[in-house]
Design a protein around this ligand. Sequence first.
Ligand code: C2E
Ligand code: MG
Ligand code: MG
Ligand code: MG
Length: 277
Amino acid sequence: RVKAEGRNALRVFDNELDAIVQARRMLEADLRSALSLGQFELFYQPVVDLQSGAVRSVEALLRWRHPVRGMVGPAEFIPLLEESGLINPVGDWVIEQACRDAVAMPGEVRVAVNVSPVQLRNRSLLGVVSPVLARTGLDPRRLDLEVTESILLERDAALLDDLRKLRDLGTQIVLDDFGTGYSSLSYIRMFPFDKLKIDKTFVDDLGRSDEADAVICAVIGLTKSLEIVSTAEGIETEDQAILLRAAGCMLGQGYLFGRPVPLAELCFEPRDVIRAA
Ligand code: C2E
Ligand code: MG
Ligand code: MG
Ligand code: MG
């Protein structure tokens, strides 16, 4: 009896697995045509100076307008794009669209683009980015490229060289989601980072315990001594913004200052964020 039940459970599990695999296949098939059907859109979220409230940059965040599912967020489809290799053509589109959009933004505002580690494998980032800059006419000094800690593990000399060359053009290299990976602090020094984004999970813990506050202060201290600009992600409350500013964090991003919105709805006015300290 136990055995029979075990078999039944397995069968149910099997069926569920089939359903998941099937759903993934359908999603992937839809993804294959999404680019040519023009279903991808870029939303933009402001990054503000925590002292002055000025909008310093906007981050391009990919959205998929699915005919049936409606607006789909990147968490649901970026992994699929990465596994299927579709991230390369889609990522190229993102870079081009963001640069095109940025040309029409106020000249002092930078645009930040997320780059997947898969896009950096077997391809030259410089080879992708420089023709786009030439085509769109965007000043390379207005572009930020956001990469995650996983690239620190791939000790890729060609990539490092590309990052240095881009940096020479004035494009800034940003370490995104800092603290969620497992990078050794010594690696950070080897890469030419201009900015570091402290992950939202740290910001969420702010003010909850002395230990959490100490960790974030230490990270901000590290950026200062490495002469890297610190950005805090996922700021939702004024208290978080005040604590971060007091700790010396330079830039902030989060719903407090504005959610990701379509280009047409983007507001470049300084945020009147922070009550006098
Ligand atoms: P990310 O680069 O760390 O982007 C920040 C994410 O945090 C965005 O989620 C943003 O909407 C969200 N966020 C910002 N402020 C707040 C806040 O105050 N509260 C909360 N709860 N969330 C906030 P989104 O747009 O869903 O993007 C998720 C991730 O998908 C991004 O994380 C990035 O890793 C990836 N992604 C987005 N667009 C692209 C893209 O064009 N290419 C690649 N390769 N990855 C992308
Ligand atoms: Mg990012
Ligand atoms: Mg991030
Ligand atoms: Mg994040």
